[in-house]
Design a protein. Sequence first.
Length: 96
Amino acid sequence: MANQQHLNVLRRGIKNWNQWREENPGIKPDLRRVVLSGTDLSGANLTDADFSGSVFRQVVLHGVDFRGANLSRANLTGVNLDGTSLDGVLTDGALF
């Protein structure tokens, strides 16, 4: 289950999210099993975030930095990943 505080920060927008990440570099965001629908995450710093089991429906991920993130068992079917960094991302069982 996702950390509710982390999810709340993400829902406040990418500017707030990226600022929070800069202020809390030691935190690895726990966003497990969240359903993100119609969200624009363009330019988000999602490094080392745990999105295992999450669902990305009609989510815009242009320019997202997923380096070191966990996307295992995540559903990214139909999501455009152009310009997205997936270096070192765990994708075991993920649907693309």
